[in-house]
Design a binder for this molecule. Structure first.
Ligand SMILES: Cc1cc2nc3c(=O)[nH]c(=O)nc-3n(C[C@H](O)[C@H](O)[C@H](O)COP(=O)(O)OP(=O)(O)OC[C@H]3O[C@@H](n4cnc5c(N)ncnc54)[C@H](O)[C@@H]3O)c2cc1C
Length: 410
């Protein structure tokens, strides 16, 4: 049991998105001081679109104090459609679809603005066994008992403490966007808008569902339709796609407004060739498409001395389960619990590592399993078996983004 502490303990948290905010909320509950430092100079809005929810996410939101009010839109079922737009299968499954913006604003409300610092970019950390000294841009320095890296799949914190650990490209990417409900054709609104929908041409995956509109608006007529289209591209093709409208090459992805017009035109042409009318309607109504390359990241450990990684920085799964934010919440809760249960910070971090590293690994491995649908890098018999299984619409509805998938690994 923890003994009396003379001085309140302090965490510096890098990254002001899901992991950073969850971690600050849970650490404060455990009696810690926690400050969040975010590189962006402006509030994080409009960064992502749809987020599938899971019981674990709802639980973490409640426990963190963020709550789940006006979380999103509940769909009654999933359907799969074919090239002609005919329903090929359906599954009753109630699921709440939320948006990244809604989660960000619920979590943001849990933190005193004095402890949330925009425009601070982490640069490096020194540690001496009993604490950390954290250096930011503009020469600013903060001291703390621990540093939490909640700075995403390309974590700079992790780059400092374990530069050898790098994400690897999965061999496919996503075109995504969220057309406004008000722009969609009546047939699209009637046939697919109310549902979680699958359209599965060979080696591609289109998934759509309704989410809130601008300013988290949930009113009918004001919502959006989340559209995700997975497509295969080898590393060389991706490198070419990472050259922007001005001819500048980006290492990981091109900021949406700079995506080349020829790529968008080709994407529209491909959509005309393969999409059912209702899906094509969505594609053509996306005002600003995004390209998101898919990466795997998992690490043999997530604690490095007094530095703990959380969320995507600790393990990044392909988005097929829609579980990334739930994992961020689970990491944060486990870290705070471990620090609350152990006086000795080193032992607490070891307990956190022992609990969450295997879970992160399992989630990444499960996402790779679901990714075999795309037919890329099928290396083992099990990969080929899963690939064959997931060629059916029915199997995809049973496996993709379903609740409680972790139960199979317990
Ligand atoms: C296409 C797609 C669909 C997805 N769908 C779902 C879904 O349906 N459900 C779900 O739960 N999850 C989903 N995810 C995953 C989810 O978005 C992530 O798991 C989640 O955002 C991870 O949160 P995070 O805080 O760990 O990292 P991030 O959200 O990446 O945040 C990292 C933060 O760190 C900041 N940062 C980076 N470097 C520094 C630095 N040096 N100094 C200070 N700050 C820094 C960044 O600016 C950023 O704000 C999806 C992801 C993708 C790509």
């Amino acid at each position: 049991m923890p003994g009396p502490q003379l001085k309140k303990r302090r965490a510096v948290i890098v990254g002001g998105s899901m992991s950073g905010l969850f971690t600050a909320a849970f650490l404060r509950q455990a009696g810690w001081d926690a400050d969040v430092y975010e590189r962006s100079g402006v509030e994080l809005v409009g960064r992502g679109a749809g987020i599938t929810t899971h019981p674990e996410l709802l639980d973490a939101l409640e426990k963190s104090g963020a709550g789940t009010r006006n979380l999103g839109i509940e769909v009654p079922k999933r359907i799969a459609i074919d090239r002609q737009g005919r329903i090929t299968g359906e599954r009753p499954l109630r699921q709440i679809l939320t948006s990244w913006d809604r989660l960000q604003s619920l979590l943001r409300a849990t933190i005193d603005p004095a402890h949330y610092h925009l425009g601070w970019a982490f640069e490096r950390v020194e540690q001496n066994g009993s604490g950390v000294r954290v250096y930011f841009n503009n020469g600013r320095v903060e001291n703390a008992d621990i540093l939490v890296g909640g700075d995403g799949v390309r974590s700079t914190v992790r780059g400092e403490v374990a530069p050898e650990l790098q994400p690897s490209y999965a061999g496919y990417y996503i075109w995504r966007g969220a057309p406004n409900e008000a722009d969609l054709a009546p047939k699209t609104l009637k046939d697919i808008f109310p549902y979680f929908v699958f359209y599965l041409p060979p080696r591609q995956e289109v998934i759509t569902y309704p989410i809130s509109g601008f300013n988290e608006d949930l009113r009918p007529g004001h919502r959006r339709y989340n559209f995700i289209w997975y497509r295969v591209a080898d590393a060389e093709t991706l490198r070419d796609m990472n050259v922007d409208q001005n001819g500048t090459r980006h290492e990981f992805s091109v900021p949406p407004p700079l995506i080349r017009k020829d790529l968008i035109a080709q994407m529209h042409a491909d959509a005309r060739d393969i999409m059912p009318e209702v899906m094509l309607d969505c594609v053509m109504k996306i005002r600003q498409p995004f390209i998101t390359p898919i990466y795997d990241f998992t690490a043999p450990r997530i604690v490095f001395g007094r530095v703990a990684m959380a969320g995507d920085a600790a393990a990044n799964a392909r988005p097929h389960m829609g579980f990334g934010v739930a994992k961020a919440g689970g990491d944060a809760e486990a870290l705070a619990r471990a620090l609350g249960n152990h006086d000795d910070i080193g032992r607490a971090l070891a307990a956190y590592n022992a609990e969450r590293q295997p879970i992160g690994n399992t989630i990444v491995m499960h996402s790779r399993k679901l990714g075999t649908h795309m037919g890329v890098n099928l290396k083992t018999d099990e990969d080929r078996r899963m690939h064959a299984l997931l060629q059916s619409d029915e199997a995809m509805m049973d496996w993709i983004a379903v609740p409680n998938f972790l139960d199979a690994y317990r």
